[in-house]
Design a protein around this ligand. Structure first.
Ligand code: BGC
Length: 249
């Protein structure tokens, strides 16, 4: 079965039909730049462009980089335009793409669901975190394979700061931090999450997971196992489609 997945990110909006049996894209993905300002109306136009590129007809799963309740309503918007808060994104986006059924899900939760099913978390029980490092830090918590949605651990306080303002990939780039310096910050962040939840496994996702070899070996002292995500950049698209398939059942 195929379902369309769209990933709304801080820099790009990308989508493709997803083959849910293989957990992979069924076609090359299509990407447009995230409009600035990233207001609901502008972003909805970009989502429309991506969906129409494939002349897609059928259910669509869409990630959003903030808290999303009931597959529909946006509650926070740390790294996108604040006018998203309290918008019924499901209604807005569905309306814009000709009434196709839409499910909206937090971006890290979507990536996590895909990673647990098709990637590094396959068959893993206990307490598992999938953390995505990018513009912000996203978190997805799984207890015996079941998602606890909207955990938002990127906003834990670390040294008096919002953790994602200290250890995201964007911070590394903006301040030109070395891998060693940034890995120390990530290590402190992971140690903090470990102190609170004692997970068995951390799966590190987001675009930077492609470069896992440069920083994961520098992270020491954790009791939990630490592994890179396997689906990397497509995890959000795949997970969004998986969640849409669940809603369509
Ligand atoms: C948002 C999360 C999101 C993460 C990654 C954070 O700023 O609050 O909802 O998952 O960024 O995009």
């Amino acid at each position: 079965m195929q379902i369309f997945g769209v990933d709304i990110g801080g820099s790009g909006i990308k989508g493709a039909p997803v083959d849910l049996d293989r957990g992979d894209l069924a076609d090359d993905r299509f990407k447009v730049l995230t409009p600035q300002p990233s207001s609901p109306d502008e972003v909805a136009e970009s989502v429309k462009e991506v969906v129409h590129h494939f002349a897609w007809q059928g259910p669509v799963g869409i990630t959003f980089p903030g808290v999303v309740t009931d597959g529909a309503t946006v509650r926070t918007a740390a790294n996108v335009d604040k006018s998203w808060i309290d918008v019924d994104a499901r209604a807005l986006l569905s309306d814009r793409i000709g009434g196709l059924p839409v499910t909206v899900v937090n971006d890290a939760d979507a990536a996590g669901v895909a990673e647990m099913h098709f990637g590094a978390g396959q068959g893993r029980g206990g307490t598992v975190f999938v953390l995505t490092f990018g513009t912000g830090i996203g978190s997805a918590l799984f207890i015996d394979g079941r998602l606890v949605p909207n955990t938002e651990l990127g906003h834990l306080e670390l040294h008096g700061h919002d953790a994602e303002k200290h250890a995201s990939t964007k911070v590394k780039e903006d301040h030109d931090l070395s891998w060693e310096h940034w890995a120390k910050r990530v290590q402190r962040y992971l140690a903090h999450v470990e102190m609170l939840f004692s997970p068995e496994l951390f799966i590190i996702g987001g675009g930077v997971s492609r470069k896992a070899r440069k920083f994961l070996p520098l992270i020491k002292g954790l009791k939990a196992e630490l592994v890179p995500a396997q689906l990397q950049n497509n995890a959000g698209i795949v997970g969004a489609a998986m969640q849409a398939a669940k809603s369509a059942e």
